[in-house]
Design a protein around this ligand. Sequence first.
Ligand code: ADE
Length: 262
Amino acid sequence: MTTEPRGADDPWEPQGADDPWIATVLTLFPEVFPGPLGISLAGKALERGVWALEALDIRDFTSDKHRSVDDTPFGGGAGMVMRPDVVDRALGSVAERPGPVIYLSPRGRVLDQEMARALARQPGLTLLCGRYEGIDERVLEARGIAEVSIGDFVLSGGEVAAMALLDAVVRLLPGVMGNAASGTDESFERGLLEYPQYTRPAEWQGRAVPEVLQSGHHERIRRWRREQAEKITRARRPDLWARHVAKDERNEHDQATKDGES
Ligand code: ADE
């Protein structure tokens, strides 16, 4: 795969409002991409050119005959560390690509829906995937690279994390989600977990779908869903619930201040 800009018709060169959102992944396992990003909504959007994905092999940026990307850690300890010179050349080759560079790492800021929304507003992203014990700190420092984690657990490498991050971001790009409303009602979009969903049959193994959902009464349905979302969030995620309540109180306070001014 080429890594050089390819001129005016180059899909990797930002050109205007209709340009694809550009994802670049630096990895030792480029063959695993697009993987699950090649199916369903993200896959169709990839085919339609809403976004573009290129996975580059970090090993292509080695300079020795053994193509070595890693070495033993200074100070001892288990495992291997990815060399700064190799990673730096890989990063240098994509320096002109649009958007921030993110290193997937359990030490990073934890990905949430707000971060996904912010990243979807960027023109693209370059994702650096580590393996082994990680990447030599100096190259991360020298290039001022942001670190993002997908949760407080350790994966074997950044690839699965990069896919999770890309999935969360790409589905938010304009024109990717079929039914635009399905984005605003889902978990986290309003700081609440999603209400329960049901489909046919109306009764299954003796369990009936809540009557209100079959009533056709839109206002009652909206209220029921809201109550359910609040109940589930309070029970399962007290952290989210506390933030939600604080935000509601802030909004009420702001509204009261505005009303007082007018
Ligand atoms: N690499 C290894 N573990 C990770 C995590 N939790 N998030 C992001 N990248 C990782």
